[in-house]
Design a protein around this ligand. Structure first.
Ligand SMILES: *[C@@H]1O[C@H](CO)[C@@H](O)[C@H](O)[C@H]1NC(C)=O
Ligand SMILES: *[C@@H]1O[C@H](CO)[C@@H](O)[C@H](O)[C@H]1NC(C)=O
Ligand SMILES: *[C@@H]1O[C@H](CO)[C@@H](O)[C@H](O)[C@H]1NC(C)=O
Length: 337
């Protein structure tokens, strides 16, 4: 996990955080994916599903900056996201830099710290302030529509985070596929509402990734932060999984019935692919910090390197994406890596 975090430095230097305006939920689509009216669907290739716009972040110049640099990958920058209900921003905080208070009116934001530490906070509709200090790789859920901010309290080093949204365009459209809720956030019946603190909105389970032992493993080690592991996600329409691929390791073909998945490579090189409902196979080789959207269809990933692991985050536009694994018999006779 140390690598998982430290290698992010090489990679991301981003920020999002401009006010993003949203309205009501992303409508569900009846097709595998949507293409621009100007595009001929038969010309769609794997490039369409790949986003390389975070590459320039490796060279971000923070000198003299006091506010966070936000780089978005929404439907505008990455048209394949249309109808997929998920998007992401990369946020780079200069030393002492702030992402000023702003709101995404109808979209929650799952903030994952990749490098350094952050002071984060939001104000609920009763004017109660929840603040928290996060260190990589902790995450924090900002319920939809609430005013929030982040500050890098370190004066000598930058911080980097990813903001994951359960909408393709937190700015103008919104609402994930998950049903909308009429409260700021939902509290499990086992908890007393008056006992809810910032801790409830914070997930530190990814710290355990530092202990993951991939020696002798052939399949990817998947660590989820969905509604089950992180109850504050209920009703927020977003979740994340961390994937560690051992050398030559594979994540066998599977599907998430309730959400598209946006994959971002944090370290290493990953071969990814999915099959659309016409049985067309799209594959792509991804390097740090590229993204790929395999949608709700059957998809798989392979680490083709025999000497080094790969670290990846999978981001979903649902708090409970679900996973359906294909029978191993099908896999054995199926897609070759
Ligand atoms: C970074 O930005 C500062 C201030 O704008 C500028 O003086 C400096 O030349 C830039 N450095 C690079 C490597 O571009
Ligand atoms: C709420 O917090 C109080 C004081 O910390 C504790 O005694 C009580 O058991 C908690 N209630 C629930 C339902 O967790
Ligand atoms: C990792 O797993 C391998 C194989 O199971 C085992 O031999 C090794 O001792 C483990 N390493 C650690 C640090 O636990």
């Amino acid at each position: 996990m140390e690598k998982f975090c430290s290698n992010i430095a090489i990679f991301l230097i981003v920020a999002f955080g401009n006010a993003i305006h949203a309205t009501a939920g992303d409508p569900d689509i009846l097709k595998d994916f949507l293409v621009l009216p100007s595009s001929d669907p038969s010309t769609i290739t794997r490039q369409y599903f790949t986003f390389t716009g975070f590459r320039p972040l490796r060279h971000a110049n923070l000198t003299g900056k006091t506010t966070a640099l936000v780089t978005k990958a929404t439907m505008k920058e990455f048209p394949a996201l249309e109808g997929q209900g998920v998007s992401v921003s990369a946020i780079i905080y200069p030393p002492s830099g702030m992402n000023l208070p702003h709101v995404h009116p109808k979209t929650s934001e799952l903030l994952i710290v990749l490098l350094g530490s952050l002071e984060v906070g939001f104000v609920d509709t009763t004017n109660k302030l929840f603040t928290q200090t996060l260190q990589a790789p902790d995450m924090f859920i900002v319920p939809k529509g609430l005013v929030h901010f982040q500050v890098n309290t370190k004066t000598d080093s930058p911080s980097i985070a990813l903001g994951v949204f359960g909408s393709v365009n937190a700015g103008t459209v919104s609402l994930p596929r998950d049903p909308d809720i009429v409260k700021d956030f939902l509290i499990p019946t086992s908890l007393d509402p008056s006992n809810i603190t910032s801790q409830f909105f914070t997930y530190t389970g990814f710290r355990e990734l530092v202990n993951v032992n991939i020696t002798g493993k052939t399949a990817a080690v998947v660590t989820k932060a969905s509604m089950k592991e992180f109850p504050a996600l209920e009703g927020q329409g977003v979740s994340v999984a961390a994937l560690i691929y051992p050398p030559s390791g594979i994540n066998p073909p599977h599907a998430h019935p309730r959400a598209a998945e946006l994959l971002i490579v944090i370290q290493g090189v990953l071969e990814v692919g999915f099959v659309d409902s016409t049985n067309k196979l799209f594959t792509q080789t991804l390097q740090v910090p590229e993204m790929f959207i395999p949608k709700g269809l059957v998809h798989f990933q392979v680490n083709t390197r025999s000497d080094s692991p790969v670290y990846v985050l999978g981001m979903f536009g649902s708090a409970n994406a679900g996973t359906v694994s294909l029978p191993s018999t099908l896999f054995a006779s199926g897609i070759s890596a």
